[in-house]
Design a protein around this ligand. Structure first.
Ligand SMILES: Nc1ncnc2c1ncn2[C@@H]1O[C@H](COP(=O)(O)OP(=O)(O)OP(=O)(O)O)[C@@H](O)[C@H]1O
Ligand SMILES: [Mg+2]
Length: 406
């Protein structure tokens, strides 16, 4: 068993001294109150630190003026005086001087004869608990916000994914379309090539028949007509072959030459439908482009107009030159306008889609899609204006740089 070294340890501590020491050295802020207004009569160092005031400033002031949330506290203090029972008061706010929440324990101070001396108030800082609760709330709020953000981000990614799927689908369809087109082009070239040989033989035979002295005059006339038609077939096959061969070499040519070659190609169709073609062109206007491809554009647009207009309709071809508002470079505009029935509003947004057609089995729905691909390749644009009410008609405008970089 250990022995104490100090000789006074067995003596009882003087109670007033103990009380003062308990109060003064307590880490808990304490205040002794007296009188009906609960005036501060004692404060320890911890209380001074909590309130940010000196002992001199505090002694003699009303406790209600020092602590926050005092209205309820006064009632409590009165009750403690009346009942002589301890009470407590929790979480009444926070002061500017001390950012923590206050809560109090209070009990009556009685003299040896049980007469009422005053009230001892001990402040318990419950601020930590509140801060934790606030921090927890903030964390929850942030969590909810984060969750919201994550959901938004997920929704956005989802929308992007959907758009990518749609694009991929369109690209796939376009690829199938262009493959079909390429094989159609190859087939046309092979056919044109194969037809050319027997054509040449037939023209030779016709020539022989025409130059034979024994051929009667009316038969001569028929032979001449057959020869003309054969020449036209030969011309068409050469053009078709040309479409396939010249496809990728840019050259500089007159826009008028381009339009003439298309009119030439579609002559037969124009004559049979009694269509009037008006040409308002600058004969000297030049453009650098892939001739075969531009001819395909103009002929697709012309064919659509010829399909749309009835007997005696009018197709107007116009050319003009303008400057780009962006860099001032020159641009060529070709317009193909008809006075056909116009494009119905429902079909309007879809006409450039591959395989969209209103012509049933006679249309492939590729003409305009091909035009758009070619024009975009030439860094240009294609647009359409159409009216289904009088004055009806459709105008396609093609604009390309005069010298696109291809
Ligand atoms: N000038 C026009 N007037 C009225 N409708 C038009 C005109 N040009 C195009 N269209 C409409 O646009 C649709 C798509 O045209 P597009 O040239 O792409 O295909 P198509 O002519 O139907 O078939 P294809 O050209 O492949 O033989 C046509 O079916 C038609 O409904
Ligand atoms: Mg077409």
């Amino acid at each position: 068993m250990e022995t104490e070294f100090f000789d006074n340890v067995t003596q009882e501590i003087d109670l007033p001294m103990l009380c003062r020491s308990v109060g003064d050295s307590s880490p808990m802020p304490m205040a002794g109150l007296g009188g009906s207004l609960h005036t501060v009569r004692y404060v320890n160092l911890a209380f001074c630190l909590l309130t940010g005031k000196s002992k001199d400033e505090l002694i003699g002031t009303v406790f209600c003026g020092v602590a926050p949330g005092m209205n309820e506290c006064v009632l409590l203090l009165d009750r403690v005086v009346k009942t002589g029972l301890a009470d407590s008061h929790i979480g009444q706010g926070k002061t500017a001087a001390h950012p923590l929440y206050w809560s109090y324990a209070m009990w009556p101070l009685l003299a040896a004869d049980h007469s009422h001396l005053g009230i001892m108030v001990q402040v318990i800082e419950s601020g930590k608990f509140h801060d934790d609760a606030i921090a927890m709330n903030q964390a929850l709020l942030l969590g909810a916000l984060r969750q919201h953000e994550l959901r938004d981000a997920a929704d956005q990614l989802n929308a992007q994914l959907q758009a990518a799927i749609v694009l991929a689908k369109k690209a796939e369809e376009a690829l199938i379309g262009s493959e079909k087109l390429a094989s159609a082009g190859r087939m046309a070239a092979v056919l044109a090539h194969e037809i050319n040989n027997p054509l040449a033989a037939m023209m030779n035979l016709l020539f022989l028949a025409q130059t034979n002295a024994d051929t009667p005059a009316p038969v001569h006339q028929y032979l001449k007509m057959a020869d003309d038609e054969l020449k036209r077939i030969a011309h068409i096959t050469r053009q078709t072959l040309g479409f396939y061969r010249e496809s990728s070499v840019p050259t500089t040519f007159l826009v008028a030459t381009l339009l003439n070659s298309v009119i030439d190609l579609l002559q037969a169709k124009m004559v049979s439908t009694h269509v009037v073609v008006k040409r308002e062109c600058d004969d000297l206007l030049e453009v650098t482009a892939i001739f075969g491809e531009l001819r395909q554009v103009v002929s697709n647009l012309m064919l659509n107009s010829l399909d749309a207009i009835s007997e005696g309709g009018v197709v107007a071809l116009r050319t003009s030159i303008s400057r780009s508002p962006l860099d001032g470079s020159k641009r060529i505009r070709i317009t193909i306008a008809d006075n056909g029935p116009g494009i119905p509003a429902m079909a309007g947004p879809r006409i450039f889609e591959p395989f969209f057609t209103t012509k049933g089995s006679t249309g492939n729905g590729l003409g305009l899609w091909v035009c758009k691909q070619i024009i975009e390749k030439h860094h240009g644009s294609i647009s359409v204006r159409s009216r289904t009410r009088e004055p009806r008609g459709t105008t396609f405008s093609v604009v390309i740089p005069q010298k696109p970089i291809l």
